[in-house]
Structure formats: structure tokens, C-alpha cells
Design a binder for this molecule. Structure first.
Ligand SMILES: C=C(OP(=O)(O)O)C(=O)O
Ligand SMILES: [Mg+2]
Length: 403
């Protein structure tokens, strides 16, 4: 019933207006799945390879599609993903492109769910999933690689950890985003938005901390539940290999590794941060471990560029005590099976998984289902903007049993 009878690939637009890969998977009984690859801007050095979409599509048509059509079952995700690896033949998807691989992998999962008549989260996670929902981390102010002339820290994230429902949490993040706009206006600071829909004002990180802390507190008073906030420092982007310093250009400050650890630990204390992603360079497991040692009992220290959803890198991190959380981006590793393996390994070792969008996104909602399917405690998928609300609204629908 789920035998794959057709795989179609095409270029579509992502949210930045760049081309990306979309895949359709059709099965013998008429099951259908469609999915699209997202794309990063502050990509990790060790991510699977994203090829230019035209090349990725041509290579996948030549090497992967013939091995899938009439051969593989969409309901058997492990088989589909093993075929994608075999068709590619490299360890980083540099032949067919992780963009083609992840689009096909996710489209096959959706086709498998379609045949079963089950929501995707249930096909991926089983009959007992759908009760727990992730806390959405909502990007409300940002800069780094996602906006020109804005904060050095890439993302200031609202974290409605006390929300009674996912719906309340999603609306709280949108309210914090809105409150930030009011506070910027009061201060006479003009602002556009960055790639993920966060405000991207030309202010330094210190002012952003003041504004986000105030916005969170205002909304907290309004909604009556606890809202924390967190950061994606994306420190690899500000790390200078030659001088071995972190360069905060908008503040005109340079910090060596020890100073960076101290700075982040102080921020965790001062703002009661609930989440800190990539506070140090992606090659510095030891510095990550020192910070985790210092504040890991107070907050989540999450590896994104550090782990790139890769079990090999996660094992190194676990061995060294580098973090207590991992960001999961399926396109960093190329297939849903690999992403599941990383989540499972993380859970077994007491690491929280944070399922994440990319800065370049589409309307695809797979990550909302992935988060529910794996019982992930957090999802990071923006606060506003159509490609972001696509996932947030899908979470609300899943909770309402309406997918
Ligand atoms: C979502 C992120 O940005 P990008 O997709 O640009 O890597 C991130 O760094 O967590
Ligand atoms: Mg990140």
C-alpha cells in the first residue's frame, strides 16, 4: 500500500526569496506527501551539505529517485532514509544534497501518514503521542547573520514556560513581539525585521536585554503565567579564529574565551535566562563544558552549530559534559531517521531536545509534528511571519485534534 510509485522534485521559493527544494512522494494506493527543505544563514561548519537546488534536484533524480520508485515503502521511514544515504554515497550528503534528501525524507513520512489516515505526528511517534506539547521559543529581537546593523547576539527568545497550553504560549510570544515594538517606539528606535520576523533594531545587546526583559515582564503581568527568556548567541559567527576572541561589533567589545564564559554566566544570573544556545564557538567543547559546569543547573545550554544534529558530535559532547540540550534541525543531518537518532540519544543522556526551524523557511509544518512525535520539551520556530506561524498554528491544530 505504501510502495512509492513517484517522487517529484522542484524548485520553490523560501522565505528569503531564495530557491529551495520541494519533494512530492506518491504511493501505490494514492498516498501523497509534500515537503520542502529549509535553509540556514548562520550555518554550522559541520552540517550536511546543502547544494544549489538545481544541482541537488538533478543529482537526486539521477541517484535517489530510481532507487525509491517501485522499490521502497513510504511507511518504512528507516528504509527510505537508508536508501537516501546509499544513493548519496557520502557521509555528508554532498552528492544529492541534504536539501534534496531532507525534502524527500519528510515527504515520504507525510505520504506514509496519508496512507494510514493518521496525522504525521502519530505516524512518526505512535498512538500515545499528542498529549504533550513543546514550549515554543519565540524570536522577538535579533541580529547576527539574520539582519544587517542590528544586535550582535543573533536571537532574543521569549520562553513562555508557565503557559497552561500551547495556544496560550504561542499567543504570549506574539504579545511579547508586539510589546517590543511599543517599547522601541517609546524609545524612538526605528526597526525593520530580520529573516525570522524578529525586530532588528540598530541597538546594542545591552539595550536589547533591557527592552526584552521589560516586554516579557509586561506580558507576564497581563497573561498571569511565567514567561522567561533566552538567547541564541550564535557565537561561532562572532568568533575570530586568529585573535581567539568573540567580537561584539555593535558594542565595540572583544572578549577572550574566559571572558565570554563569565559574560554569559553573568547574563544567566542577571536575567534568569532559561535557555542559551551556542554561547561559545562550535569547535570549543571544553569552553562549553566550563560554562555548563558553571550554570547548567540553572539554564539550558544548547548546542546548535556545536552538534549539528549529528550523533557523532553529540556523543563527543556528552562525553565531555559540553551541554545539557541539543538543537534539532533535520536539514543539518539530511533525514528524519538521523534526526530521530539524535533526539533518542539526547533523551537517553538527559539532554533536552529543541526542534528548530531555519532562518530560511517555507510553509512546511513537519517540525511541529516532529516535536509532538518525539515529546520534545521545546520548539524554536519564530513568533510571527507566515512561514513561522505555519508551524505555530499547526501546533494549535494538533492540540485541537484538527490536523
Ligand atoms: C535558526 C537558526 O539560524 P540559521 O537557520 O540561520 O542557522 C539558528 O542559528 O538557530
Ligand atoms: Mg542557532
Amino acid at each position: 500500500m505504501t510502495l512509492i510509485t513517484d517522487v517529484r522534485l522542484r524548485r520553490i521559493l523560501d522565505s528569503r526569496g531564495n530557491p529551495t527544494v520541494e519533494a512530492d512522494v506518491v504511493t501505490e494506493s494514492g498516498g501523497f506527501g509534500r515537503a520542502a527543505a529549509p535553509s540556514g544563514a548562520s550555518t554550522g561548519e559541520y552540517e550536511a551539505v546543502e547544494r544549489p537546488p538545481t544541482e541537488a534536484i538533478a543529482a537526486a533524480r539521477e541517484h535517489a529517485v530510481p532507487r525509491l520508485v517501485g522499490e521502497a515503502y513510504a511507511g518504512n521511514q528507516r528504509e527510505v532514509d537508508a536508501i537516501l544515504h546509499a544513493a548519496d554515497g557520502t557521509d555528508d550528503f554532498s552528492e544529492i544534497g541534504a536539501n534534496s534528501a531532507v525534502a524527500i525524507s519528510m515527504a515520504a513520512a507525510k505520504a506514509g501518514a496519508d496512507v494510514l489516515g493518521a496525522p504525521l505526528f502519530q505516524h512518526l511517534g505512535g498512538a500515545f503521542r499528542g498529549e504533550n506539547f513543546p514550549v515554543p521559543l519565540g524570536n522577538v529581537v535579533g541580529g547576527g547573520e539574520h539582519a544587517a546593523d542590528a544586535t550582535d547576539i543573533q536571537e532574543f527568545l521569549a520562553a513562555p514556560v508557565g503557559a497552561p497550553s500551547v495556544e496560550d504560549a504561542v499567543f504570549a510570544n506574539a504579545a511579547v513581539h508586539d510589546a517590543v515594538a511599543d517599547l522601541l517606539e517609546e524609545r524612538g528606535v526605528p526597526s525593520g525585521k530580520g529573516d525570522e520576523g524578529a525586530w532588528a533594531p540598530s541597538i546594542d545587546d545591552g539595550e536589547a536585554f533591557e527592552i526584552v526583559a521589560e516586554a516579557v515582564s509586561l506580558v507576564e503581568d497581563d497573561v498571569g503565567f511565567n514567561i522567561g527568556f533566552g538567547l541564541d548567541v550564535a557565537a561561532a559567527e562572532m568568533y575570530d579564529d586568529e585573535s581567539e576572541t568573540y567580537e561584539y561589533e555593535s558594542a565595540g567589545v572583544s572578549r577572550d574565551t574566559d571572558e565570554q564564559i563569565e559574560y554569559i554566566a553573568d547574563l544567566v544570573d542577571e536575567y534568569d535566562l532559561v535557555y542559551v544556545e551556542d554561547p561559545l564557538d562550535e569547535n570549543d567543547y571544553d569552553a562549553f563544558a566550563d560554562l555548563t559546569d558553571a550554570v547548567g543547573d540553572q539554564t539550558l545550554i544548547c548546542g546548535d552549530d556545536l552538534f549539528v544534529t549529528n550523533t557523532g558530535r553529540l556523543i563527543d559532547g556528552i562525553d565531555r559534559g559540553a551541554a545539557n540540550s541539543i538543537l534539532i534541525k533535520p536539514n543539518q543531518i539530511g533525514t528524519l531517521s538521523d534526526a530521530f537518532d539524535a533526539i533518542e540519544l539526547a533523551t537517553e543522556n538527559g539532554y533536552d531536545s529543541v526542534i528548530s526551524h531555519r532562518s530560511g523557511e517555507t510553509e512546511d509544518t513537519t517540525i511541529a509534528h516532529l516535536a509532538v512525535a518525539t515529546d520534545a520539551p521545546y520548539i524554536k520556530t519564530g513568533a510571527v511571519g507566515g512561514e513561522r506561524t505555519a508551524k505555530l498554528n499547526e501546533l494549535i491544530r494538533i492540540a485541537d485534534d484538527a490536523t
